[in-house]
Design a protein around this ligand. Structure first.
Ligand code: F6R
Length: 602
């Protein structure tokens, strides 16, 4: 998704804005740009389709980078084609104002027509350009940049996080409405960013702009106002300690390093949270109501976060015997909500518009919302009754891997703690789950070791396969679904996940000689029959998670009962296979086509 950075301070503004853009690259983008004010009042304005690295050349040409105010942007096209002209910062008619914008302006066409009628010249096809012309129109002698921006956004409908640079004065003004924007001060300068990770190495604390706050920064420093009057700056948040813990490792791509980091992430989550499970301290510490007062648990999210939610839901339903639903966030609008529902909203970024809209549709006094997020200062976190940090650290690869493991384990710890606090669940089953939980980091590490070689070989064997099936049953099904999602988003090959029992009701027609069929084996004996149905048609079964005992050369398949959240470690080979196949097909595994991190449009 689009990313915003801005800085006003004594020196090196362009370099700071550019470095911050580099830290936002992980969100996915198709063009990038920067505008900065030089001390002599002239402007540097550069845009590129060749990545943020290309901006380094332009910024590097600045003598000792004496720029004092700069704005930067990474764009992920929604309105208007991907082109250098459409990249932000966008310029007004007079070459004085520059704007970066995240979000969507719903009434851009009507505004554009009006502005053109008033004599404004548009240079691009993007909705965001109306903002810079509206600010230009509002800026008159005696009207400061902040007031001009506040006036401009009264004409908009949609969502926005905006920063404007007045290249003549060097002032910045920023505002937000339904799209995240933060502000921070350090070393005599003021920063803005759409994501704390962008400025985490530079600042210790930051403030989050609430909807319609306006922050203007000039030589006197930052001033906060809201519709005409001044207001107090919002409260300070510490930069989360995980914001700087980006994965490093032996792979050239971030995704490979993020996959490898998963045993460490699993240990980090368990060290932080498992001491609070058995006595229910973790649950109570979050201020959550007793599960005795809850009639239903509803878990919602999108994509991989939804899959993590399905795994977590298994703890409430299978172990706790509680009515539990998992909801696709973008489909929640017509849901009928029961009173006494605990809503668990799962979002890595905490800014996914579909998740936030889903919360909008909750009726008043619907019950409690727990946010499970990797961004504890996000909009989701601020709008929820309780928040738990999933502790994954910054993710750079667009495809979710380590955040999935972190979300499942965080959610499982919270759910187990809730059951313990309410004294629910069969004690033998609870004990078995606690043992399985403690063993997870080792199980994840073992899966990495076991599957590294085989996954590379499997990718070589299936490089020409046009489609893949993923099957599972019960608690294994969600991992099959996650494997299919990873494979399609990275390799651009068709991948479908189905409950194995549904095969004979349709999907079996897809199976022919050599069709690759991944089966997530959670120990359900009925899978043997499902597998036989596939092999009888020539399909090639790749069974993940089976436990086999070799007795005198005869393979005995052992039954097993997994934990209530299913065989989490089975996702490791599925992630690894998707990456290996994608690399073999020369895909960019960190930035899959058409996709972006932090989907702030619904
Ligand atoms: C898939 C992936 C997406 C996200 C989804 C939700 O690899 O990354 O499916 O999981 O867009 O994003 P968050 O978790 O930020 O709400």
């Amino acid at each position: 998704m689009c990313g915003i950075t801005a800085y006003r301070g004594p020196t090196a503004a362009a370099s700071r804005a550019r470095n911050a853009l580099e830290r936002l690259e992980y969100r996915g983008y198709d063009s990038a740009g920067i505008a900065a004010r030089r001390p002599d009042g002239s402007t540097m304005h550069a845009r590129t389709l060749s990545g943020v690295a290309a901006l380094a050349v332009v910024v590097g040409e600045e003598p000792a980078d004496a720029t004092t105010a700069a704005i930067g942007h990474t764009r992920w096209a929604t309105h208007g084609e991907v082109s250098e002209a459409n990249a932000h910062p966008l310029e007004d008619c007079g070459g004085r104002l520059y704007v970066v914008h995240n979000g969507i302006i719903d009434n851009a066409d009507a505004l554009r027509a009006r502005l053109v009628g008033a004599g404004h010249r548009f240079a691009t096809g993007v909705d965001s350009e109306v903002i810079v012309h509206l600010v230009e129109q509002a800026q008159r002698p005696g009207v400061g940049l902040g007031d001009a921006l506040a006036d401009a956004v009264t004409h908009l409908s949609g969502s926005w996080a905006v920063v404007v640079l007045d290249a003549r004065s060097g002032a910045l003004a920023a505002t937000a409405h339904g799209s995240p924007l933060i502000c921070a001060e350090a070393g005599g300068g003021t920063f803005f960013a759409s994501d704390v990770g962008a400025i985490a190495p530079e600042v210790d604390e930051f403030r989050v702009l609430e909807d319609d706050d306006v922050v203007e920064v000039d030589a006197a420093g930052p001033r906060w106002h809201r519709s005409g009057g001044s207001c107090r700056p919002r409260g300070l948040w510490p930069v989360p300690r995980t914001a700087l813990l980006a994965s490093t490792g032996r792979h050239r791509d971030h995704m490979g390093n993020e996959i490898d980091e998963q045993p460490l992430i699993a240990r980090r989550v368990l060290e932080a949270l498992s001491p609070g499970i058995a006595d229910g301290r973790l649950w109570r510490g979050l201020g959550l109501p007793s599960l005795d007062g809850i009639d239903r648990v509803a878990v919602l999210g999108c994509g991989t976060s939804l899959h993590a939610g399905r795994a977590v839901a298994g703890v409430f339903s299978r172990l706790g015997g509680m009515p539990t639903r998992t909801l696709v966030a973008s489909e929640v609008a017509h849901e009928v909500w029961e009173p006494r529902t605990l809503v668990i909203a799962i979002s890595q970024s905490g800014e996914t518009a579909d998740v936030l809209r889903a919360l909008d549709s909750l009726p008043p006094r619907h019950g409690t919302v727990l946010a499970l997020t990797n961004n504890t200062s996000s909009t989701l976190a601020r709008r929820s009754d309780a928040v738990i940090d999933c502790l994954a650290g910054p993710k750079v690869g667009v495809a979710a891997t380590k955040t999935f493991i972190a979300q499942v384990l965080t959610g499982v710890c919270v759910a187990l703690s809730g059951l313990a606090a309410a004294d629910r669940g069969d004690s033998a089953c609870v004990d078995a789950d606690l043992r399985a939980l403690a063993a997870t980091p080792d199980a994840v590490a073992a899966a990495l070791d076991t599957w590294r070689g085989p996954c590379a070989q499997l990718a070589a064997d299936h490089a020409r396969a046009s489609g893949f099936l993923f099957l599972g049953r019960g608690a294994g099904l969600v991992y099959a679904a996650e494997g299919a999602l990873k494979l399609k988003e990275l390799s651009y090959r068709w991948a479908e996940a189905h409950p194995a029992g549904e095969l004979k009701h349709g999907p079996l027609a897809l199976v022919t000689t050599g069709t690759p069929v991944f089966v997530v084996d959670n120990g359900d004996p009925r899978l043997d029959v499902d597998i036989a149905e596939v092999t009888a048609r020539g399909g090639r079964v790749i069974r993940i998670g089976e436990r086999v005992l070799n007795v005198g050369g005869v393979a005995l398949h052992l039954p097993r009962t997994g934990p209530s959240w299913g065989p989490l470690e089975s996702v490791i080979p599925l992630q690894m296979f998707a990456r290996e196949l994608a690399l073999r097909l020369h895909r960019n595994v960190d930035k899959p086509r058409n996709l972006a991190k932090s989907v702030t449009v619904s």
